[in-house]
Design a protein around this ligand. Sequence first.
Ligand code: ZN
Length: 428
Amino acid sequence: MSFMPTFADAEALAEHQLRGLQWTVRHAYNNSPFYGARLEQAGVRPEDITSLDDLAKLPFTTADDLRATYPFALLSVDPHEIVRVHASTGTTGKRKVLPYTAKDINDWANMFARCYEMAGLTAEDRVQIMVGYGVWTAGVGFQLGCERFGALAIPAGPGNLDMQCDFLVDFQTTTLCCTSSMALLIAEEVRRRGLKDKIAVNKVICGSERTSDAMRQTIGRELGAEIFDIPGMTELYGPGTGLECSAHQGIHYWADYYILEMVDPVSLEPVEPGELGEMVVTTLCKQAAPLIRYRTRDLTRLILGDCPCGSPLPRHDRILGRSDDMIIFRAVNIYPGQIDAILSQAEGVASEYQIILSREGDGKDYMLIKIERAENGSPGDDAAVAAAIAGAVKSQLMVSPQVEVVDYAGLPRTERKSQRVFDRRFDD
Ligand code: ZN
């Protein structure tokens, strides 16, 4: 049994998307007081949606709208049709709580089963699910998808390294599902205990946090496994709405379940195809809490062209940052993640850095990037290293920073995520 879509070509997919968009707008307009009022206010009626271009007429939905319709965000069905709720792990304000109908749960299981299929699993595979179970979408999502797909699910949950290692050996687990930091912990534990020859792991499906290439390489090497990024957010069912394929050139997303737009987070206009933008999603068949142009705040870019794996499903890049983190510098929109990406490619430097923005007496804004020299680097190379980084930032982001290379371990480190951007332009 295959969970892959059956549309024949891009035209058939577009036709499917238009029918889904029309259904969603009509459903939301008729059944949700929130959406009904919002669409009226925007002057859009369901019958106005006659082509995919009409998407641009629809108003955006935001996280604030979810909170305003708490506890059953964006509810568009009779409450008795809800069979489950999930909540996000959000820390500020009220949690996002999303309702699901039986059909929503069923659709999500099929989407998630597709992830396992895309990663190349079969019914022979044994899947150790090391993510949180509870009101969050992670554990139950991985579980549901695995059972729908037909592989063996081991609902191990996170933590408890002793038990995880026992399971790896005893069950001969082939696939791990976890965060990348958990995968790194497991990889280190497997090495420490000398278990590599006793385990059968060959794939890791990694979700919910940014993973550096270096970290992926370490996990892959230590476990002898192929790594697949899985995207997902509670608002859009949960994890499992796309997957990196075996060509490892981006994440295929399930365009038969939702439309993905990329917009400039300031102007809200579409960005050029392939340019960095904020992901905006519109669901095509979600009943309990449909999303209409929901601003995810996640930044990435579409990857254009055909994937070598042959899948007709479109692709986006890994999540490169949050639009809330955007810096406007000399009229250029910059995301710290873009600078992070450039620095991670640079030679002769370590991974710690700071970006300091200041406004000088001439009224102009200046950017100073401080980065640590590589542990075995030579101070004699600093000038060349700094010039190379400044050149790369200039050519990719159209801004000219000053770059200062400091001693290895010369920048502060904290257990928590370090603050890397210091905007001093508006200090007195
Ligand atoms: Zn592919």
